[in-house]
Write a protein that binds this ligand. Structure first.
Ligand code: DGL
Length: 265
């Protein structure tokens, strides 16, 4: 099982930010990635629909013999992780726990801002997970849906993105947040602009990097790390394929994605 691939899925190609972080940390792992580009976005859909899609995504990966599944999508983790973990035998890792642990790694963290899709914010999954682990935290969670298309448009350091960041973040900054949790696959691409935008003293936590670290810990604990001598391969499957998705995949992965396969679920 150790040399079986790791399965990673997302609603689209945004989850390639998690793939990139996993590849940097675990270069020997083979990865099978599924992006449900035919049905993206998940962030505005109902919890029932998100759960149904997430189960279909997991079954696709299990049919490819993966040893573990990583739910790279925050919205799918927020609505479907417990039901996926109940249903399937393989370990299933979501992005929320790692993000929450990374926030709490700083004992000084007290006022935490969370930006995510509407679905993730409404699920209260991050808010519950944080409040359960540390009492007295002050949480400000805001849906920031416009950031997804702005990132996809490659408007990272663009006046429209600055305006959206002001609208979403100024109320949190006025309330003195000390930590900003980026709870959506797309937001890691905004780290350079956010680092300039946020005042000194506000810590940025990005769920892609922390998720990769969590995957490493889990695989180590389960004795499922791939042998180190080999270079890992990446297979990308998308439920819809267009020039735009190929282009986006290159940007999220920060290199050529190789041949992308179009699949049906
Ligand atoms: N992947 C989603 C997330 O991390 C963002 C895009 C979508 O809404 O599907 O929540």
């Amino acid at each position: 099982m150790r040399n079986a691939p790791l399965g990673i899925f997302d609603s689209g190609v945004g989850g390639l930010t998690v793939v990139r972080a996993v590849q940097q940390l675990l270069p020997s792992e083979d990865i099978v990635y599924l992006g449900d580009t035919a049905r993206v976005p998940y962030g505005s859909k109902s919890p029932e629909t998100i759960r149904q899609f997430a189960h279909e995504d997991v079954r696709f990966l299990l049919d490819r013999g993966v040893k573990t599944v990583v739910v790279a999508c925050n919205t799918a983790t927020a609505h479907a992780l417990p039901s996926l973990q109940e249903r399937y035998q393989v370990p299933i890792i979501g992005v929320i726990e790692p993000g929450v642990e990374a926030v709490l790694a700083d004992p000084q963290a007290q006022r935490v801002g969370i930006i995510a899709t509407r679905g993730t914010v409404r699920s209260h999954a991050y808010q519950h997970a944080l409040a359960l682990r540390r009492t007295g935290l002050i949480l400000h969670a805001t849906p920031a849906p416009l950031l997804v298309p702005l990132v996809e448009e490659d408007w990272l350091d663009h006046p429209s993105t600055h305006a959206a960041l002001h609208t979403y973040l100024d109320p949190m900054l006025d309330r003195g947040i000390d930590t900003l949790l980026l709870a959506c696959t797309h937001y890691p691409l905004l780290v350079p602009v956010l680092s300039k935008f946020l005042p000194d003293g506000v810590r940025l936590v990005d769920s892609a990097t922390t998720c990769a670290e969590h995957v490493k810990q889990e695989l180590t604990k389960l004795d499922l790390l791939a042998e180190e001598e080999k270079a890992g391969k990446l297979e990308i499957h998308l439920t819809d394929l267009s020039d735009q998705f190929e282009d986006l995949s290159r940007r999220f992965l920060a290199r050529s994605p190789g041949r992308i396969m179009r699949v049906s679920l």
